[in-house]
Write a new protein. Structure first.
Length: 259
């Protein structure tokens, strides 16, 4: 058992089953003191957005397995930074940040849009080792393996690594005995059939809606996060906050824009 403080947030809202399962696992199986700051309601696809205009309101709430919990009006990233500051004001410093467990995977290019990943990235920017955890169904019912990997991450790392990267854990929504194992992966493409469609018109207005089913790939290796999940493996991908396309720097020297 480890003596540490863990902040948990998510993007599905404080009443979602996933965040409750994660808090229980990290408290009971790691022995960590759990602190929660999560959105009042659904904030999926909020990415790493923060509330630059307006205010973020937080208030205490009862939350099983947590020492203290706050519900916030802001985005997932808001919840992390505001939660850290609120608990710091009470003399409580966090050792790790967890985001999840999300209902729905966050793999491939979906990581760009993910509020779950955005919250973990905010933890990284605040110099705290951070983890995003997701299960591959918006109607997830199997959180056991995701909890196992979250617990194992804490126990094997001690929450000690260079905080400039985030661990992004995704598991199939299957009983853990049906999951083939874990793949350490890179970010791949995530495409959808009919990803945005016209649903109706109202006079001169056209109304569109996102949706569609994920494309099933047949010619890509399972070292890619999307394929690992598709093939019923769990996926762990390190995500870096450095967005620089380093291989393009020589092109800038070649193009000499502004020189």
């Amino acid at each position: 058992m480890l003596s540490m403080n863990i902040l948990i947030s998510n993007d599905d809202g404080i009443e979602a089953q996933g965040i409750q399962e994660l808090a229980k696992a990290l408290h009971e199986r790691v022995g960590a003191d759990i602190f929660v700051c999560a959105p009042l309601g659904q904030r999926s696809a909020a990415s790493h957005s923060i509330t630059m205009r307006g205010e973020v309101t937080v208030e205490p709430i009862e939350f099983e397995h947590a020492e203290m919990a706050l519900v916030a009006s802001g985005t997932p990233a808001d919840c992390v930074v505001v939660g850290l500051r609120a608990f710091e004001s009470k003399g409580i410093q966090m050792d790790m940040v967890f985001s999840g467990i999300n209902h729905g995977s966050n793999v491939g290019t979906d990581t760009i849009y993910s509020g779950t990943v955005g919250a973990a990235m905010e933890g990284s920017l605040q110099k705290i080792p951070s983890v995003a955890v997701s299960v591959d169904s918006h109607h997830a019912t199997h959180f056991e393996y995701a909890c196992d990997l979250a617990v194992e991450t804490v126990m094997k790392t001690g929450g000690k690594w260079d905080s400039d990267f985030v661990l992004n854990i995704n598991t199939p929504d299957l009983p853990k005995e049906e999951i083939k194992g874990v793949k350490y992966t890179v970010v791949g493409e995530r495409e959808y059939d009919n990803d945005i469609r016209l649903v109706r018109t109202e006079g001169v207005k056209s109304i569109y809606k996102y949706g569609g089913a994920p494309v099933v790939y047949t010619d890509k290796p399972d070292t890619i996060d999307v394929i690992a999940i598709q093939e019923n493996y769990a996926s762990i991908t390190p995500l870096h906050v450095d967005l620089t396309a380093h291989r393009a720097l020589p092109l800038l020297e070649q193009w000499r824009i502004g020189k």
